[in-house]
Design a protein around this ligand. Structure first.
Ligand SMILES: N[C@@H](CCC(=O)N[C@@H](CS)C(=O)NCC(=O)O)C(=O)O
Length: 210
């Protein structure tokens, strides 16, 4: 069985949700922050010396790193799930959006969690605010590429879910708030959030336990 290594509430929630949406046989393994150990005492650093999640270990032992590549691979394993359409234009668009979320939202938002970054927090906040203006104007329907959910929407959902931790008020972007409610209500998403201990709600938006 494939193995997906995660941290609670981290960007690894994105492949975790994708696996549940597609009902794929994936063993979810939570790595302890700090010690890099799994509940079985496995050393995660031996799997990814960089120490970060997500990592997907395929059935043949291949180690696949980097969230955008992992969600694309999971979606391709079950094309009927429709999370990564085959149409060339839509595929290019999804690749573009996954990279946008990874570099323009995920990384700057993640840096805002570090207390040491206090001095650059305003810079990061301004950056993220401008990028949220952009992404909120990209919706081509209920979702980014139209009326069908894709892996890019799921990755975006996971990053936007950090907003309440980071004091980013999503009510400034009604499109994004509506998107969060809609994706957050999906059964597979709720299951993944519950499994990671995140099934708390505030104003319809999921947030982490204190
Ligand atoms: N480039 C990686 C970055 C993944 C990443 O930033 N993971 C964070 C959680 S959101 C992590 O595991 N941080 C813990 C660490 O670096 O030790 C990707 O996009 O998958």
């Amino acid at each position: 069985m494939m193995k997906l290594y995660i941290h609670q509430a981290a960007c690894s929630l994105s492949p975790h949700i994708v696996a549940r949406e597609l009902e794929l046989d994936v063993h979810i393994i939570e790595v302890e922050r700090g010690t890099h150990k799994t509940p079985d005492g496995e050393d995660f650093l031996a799997i990814n010396p960089n120490g970060y999640v997500p990592v997907l270990v395929l059935d043949d032992g291949e180690i696949l790193m980097e969230g955008p590549a992992i969600v694309q691979h999971l979606a391709d394993m079950k094309p009927t799930g429709g999370l990564a359409p085959r149409d060339a234009h839509e595929r290019r668009r999804i690749q573009s959006l996954l990279n946008f979320v990874a570099t323009e939202l995920h990384k700057p938002m993640a840096q805002m969690f570090y207390p040491d970054y206090a001095a650059v927090k305003d810079v990061l906040r301004n950056h993220v605010t401008a990028r949220l203006d952009w992404i909120s104007a990209q919706f081509a329907g209920d979702f980014l590429i139209g009326d069908r959910l894709s892996v890019a929407d799921i990755y975006l959902f996971v990053c936007l879910n950090w907003s309440s931790w980071l004091n980013i008020d999503l009510s400034r972007w009604p499109r994004l708030e509506a998107f969060m409610r809609q994706v957050g209500a999906r059964p597979a998403v709720r299951e993944a959030l519950k499994a990671e201990g995140l099934a708390h709600r505030a104003n319809g938006i999921f947030f982490a336990p204190a």
